[in-house]
Write a protein that binds this ligand. Structure first.
Ligand code: ATP
Length: 332
């Protein structure tokens, strides 16, 4: 059996890291036919739109996609291409597992946190007005239905993964309506899961505790903007954005992508760390049921990291993307 999966190479370091990922998946024998479509800057330059209809058509048909980071053309009135894909396809859960890896020196060991980020609302609704010069309002959207939907997803995730505790993090003291609705939805759905440990804490307290001892946290449920910020913070705990994978998941569709952006500072230099996208590819293999191949790639990743001979620069090594990728394939 072979799978047809949508691939969006992306902008900036996107083509470099998705290219490396394809090489490793092919070397591991993943039976995948990639359907390549473009979004972001490249699509804008080719067809005048950051997310052409062909992208949605392909993902809706295949139900699974792997995506590089996208750049949104500035000053043209376009909404973020990444956000557009998540909102249009209703990929309402951003799933970001953050785990300590071997061979990477960080102040903490044994970090194993899953960040669940609500992907469709909050300030990302893009409702901003300038009332008069110098006075702007920006609206945070928070609906009960979206809160219930992701809470339901989150508790089912807890149940089938057997994780120990879920904490909903918020600022309901300052935003009793918007953040309060999210917290209420969490508590309401949580009442049906009395066997799962549940907590809630303000986002500022969470930030402090993460810096002091991240190992005390298991699964975090957050609204969109808090989720964006806390994901990057958590990435920093385990070695940076180069090693944190992710998935955007809806009821029928999942698009896998790294937490990092286009990294314009290193784009085109061939030095980006492909691990975050590769690990997203591994999550994708698990999603489609190819666990054996996923395990094999994980084994190669662990072996290369543990050896510390071919680490990319963000991890303190000297290897470029090609050398690191070759080392992974060698281990396979
Ligand atoms: P966005 O707004 O899309 O999040 P950004 O520029 O704020 O983009 P990133 O593109 O994620 O954030 O980059 C943040 C920093 O992390 C940059 O210094 C970048 O070089 C580094 N970085 C991100 N991804 C990688 C990677 N895969 N390998 C090495 N360094 C990376």
């Amino acid at each position: 059996m072979s799978y047809t999966i949508t691939l969006i190479p992306g902008d900036g370091i996107g083509p470099e890291v998705t290219g490396a990922t394809r090489e490793v998946l092919a070397a591991a024998g993943a039976p995948i036919e990639w359907e390549i479509v473009h979004a972001g800057r490249r699509a804008f330059e080719e067809v005048g739109e950051p997310v052409p209809e062909a992208v949605f058509r392909s993902i809706r048909k295949n139900r699974v996609g792997l995506k590089g980071p996208l750049e949104t053309p500035k000053g043209k009135g376009f909404r973020s291409a990444n956000v557009t894909i998540r909102q249009t396809l209703e990929l309402y859960t951003g799933l970001r597992p953050v785990k300590s890896l071997p061979g990477i020196s960080t102040p903490y060991r044994d970090v194993d946190i899953v960040v669940l980020r609500e992907n469709t609302e909050d300030l990302y609704a893009g409702i901003e007005h300038e009332i008069m010069p110098g006075e702007v309002i920006s609206l945070k959207v928070s609906t009960r239905s979206a809160g219930l939907r992701i809470a339901q997803w989150a508790f089912e995730f807890m149940r089938y993964t057997g994780r120990r505790e879920i904490a909903c993090c918020h600022k309901a003291g300052v935003s009793p309506l918007a953040d309060g609705a999210f917290l209420d939805a969490f508590n309401e759905v949580g009442a049906d899961y009395p066997f799962i440990a549940q907590a809630n804490l303000p986002i500022d307290n969470l930030s402090m505790y993460l810096a002091m001892d991240p190992t005390r946290f298991d699964v975090l449920l957050l609204q969109n903007l808090y989720g964006d910020i806390i994901s990057d913070l958590c990435a920093g705990l385990v070695g940076g954005l180069g090693v944190v994978p992710g998935a955007n998941v809806g009821d029928k569709i999942a698009v896998f992508e790294a937490v990092h952006g286009t990294a314009p500072d290193i784009a085109g230099k061939g030095v980006a760390n492909p691990l975050a996208v590769l690990m997203s590819g591994v999550m994708m293999l698990e999603h489609i049921g190819e666990r054996r191949i996923a395990d094999r790639i994980n084994g190669a990743i662990w072996a290369v990291l543990e050896e510390r001979k071919h680490l990319t620069r963000d991890l303190g090594g000297k290897a470029d993307t090609a050398e690191f990728t070759a080392a992974l394939i060698d281990k396979l």
